[in-house]
Write a protein that binds this ligand. Structure first.
Ligand code: AMP
Ligand code: GLY
Length: 420
């Protein structure tokens, strides 16, 4: 098979590594990829948002299957365009991807189908949003931009001034463009967070092993939100009993709801959950594999990924066997100094071999370039240093051993991944 991966981060690197394990996969192209990915796949200089070029490339090169990994091209309808051109694709249609690209859509869906989530109201003007927040007088207040906002569209406002500020910058200054034309104001929930990725072909849903992200930039969950500074799998809070409840109250009802709405979801559906004192609730849905959740979930998959991907695309997931290792996995993200704000690029990374790896651990490249046998930083999140072990402690030890052998100027990573 000839595959084309869309995207160029650590998630895509992990997907490519896993897909390559199958002898049936002959060639993998990646658009646009990155330095590390170029050691595992053939990178092509096409932007992940360039739908026309992706369709044209797939036709010219007789691609058997295109894997659309990031949220933006899914929300823009890349899968619809590929299918219209007769090319098989993994990922939801534009309509189904709205479960991530519109918080208003996803909140209304949950309300309509009784799926547990935080209480909320939708607003299209800052004044009415603010009066509602003041009326509720329950702090903190959670304010979310309706559309995609690079993971930065959620503000937890502690007081009136912060709420006013957030509404002003989203709705008037339009810092997220049209994504902030509408906002969701919702109840603040508490409890451990769990990420569950699930394969679904629109009818059957098969959850993967659970994981825990670390979204804040600094140790002790301090500092600004990031795309994710590290992950562990399994999530220690996610017991078998909670998993059963989530299947019955959240996963199945969501997949059925999407089907009823005429938007069957095919691909990977990501459930961002909070285990509240009143049971598990949905914080958010994503229409794709999580990053860096994928980096700790896929190494634990025993079944060839390509078989599951094809079962999703063909609508035969119910008959597909899916087996997992009974182990643990940890990923520590090494980021550029300054991330998630501004940071330098082009700094040399030392400690990696010519394939961008070190012995005993797997290094997924998120933001690197490659030239003449050397790797350089090229993004905010640079590397996801990942290891599996019989226990979480063993996996973490190995991953941190790896981190200590890699160097670049200003490298920043959290030292407390998995400590909670
Ligand atoms: P989201 O982008 O929707 O996942 O939100 C980013 C982060 O904000 C989540 O991972 C939570 O930590 C936090 N968050 C979002 N919604 C709520 C809520 N209703 N209550 C408490 N925390 C929340
Ligand atoms: N790690 C969170 C996300 O992929 O959205």
């Amino acid at each position: 098979m000839k595959l084309l991966m869309i995207g160029g981060g650590g998630r895509e690197h992990a997907l490519i590594r896993k897909l390559k394990e199958s002898p049936r996969v002959e060639t993998i192209y990646c658009a646009p990829g990155n330095g590390g990915i170029s050691r595992d796949a053939q990178c092509v200089a096409i932007s992940a948002m360039d739908i026309d070029s992706v369709v044209a490339f797939s036709k010219e090169n007789q691609i058997d299957l295109v894997f659309v990994a990031p949220d933006d091209p899914l929300a823009a309808g890349m899968v619809d365009a590929l299918e219209a051109a007769g090319i098989r694709a993994f990922g939801p249609s534009k309509l189904a991807a709205e479960i991530e690209s519109s918080k208003v859509f996803s909140k209304n869906l949950m309300k309509k189908y009784g799926i547990p989530t935080a209480r909320y109201e939708v607003f299209d003007a800052p004044e009415t949003a603010l009066s509602y927040i003041l009326e509720q007088n329950a702090w903190p207040a959670v304010i979310k931009a309706d559309g995609l906002a690079l993971g930065k569209g959620v503000v937890i406002a502690q007081n009136e001034a912060e709420a006013r500020d957030a509404l002003h910058s989203m709705m008037e200054d339009k810092i997220f463009g049209e994504s902030g034309s509408r906002v969701v104001v919702e109840e603040f929930l508490t409890g451990p967070e769990v990420s569950v990725l699930a394969f679904t072909d629109g009818e059957t849903v098969r959850p993967m092993v659970s994981s825990m992200d670390h979204k804040r930039a600094y140790d002790g969950d301090k500092g600004p939100n990031t795309g994710g500074m590290g992950t562990i799998s399994p999530n220690p809070y996610y017991t078998a009993e909670i998993a059963k409840r989530c299947m019955e109250e959240i996963f199945l009802p969501t997949v059925r709801a999407m089907q009823q709405e005429g938007r069957p979801f095919k691909g990977c559906l990501y459930f961002g959950l909070m285990l509240t004192p009143n049971g598990p609730k949905v914080i958010e849905y994503n229409s794709r594999f999580g990053d860096p959740e994928t980096q700790v979930v896929l190494p634990r998959l025993k079944t060839p990924l390509i078989e599951i991907v094809e079962a999703v695309v063909n609508g035969t997931l119910a008959q597909q066997e899916i087996e997992w290792e009974d182990n643990a996995c940890a990923c520590v993200v090494m980021a550029s100094g300054g991330y998630p704000k501004s940071y330098p690029k082009g700094l040399e990374i030392t400690g990696l071999d010519d394939n961008g790896q070190i012995p005993g651990v797997t290094v997924y490249h998120a933001g690197t370039s490659y030239k003449d046998g050397k790797f350089f930083t090229a993004g905010g999140r640079v590397l996801g240093v990942t290891a599996c072990g019989n226990t979480l402690a063993a996996a973490l030890q190995k991953a941190y051993d790896g981190v200590h052998r890699i160097h670049f100027e200003g490298a920043h990573y959290r030292k407390d991944i998995g400590h909670k």
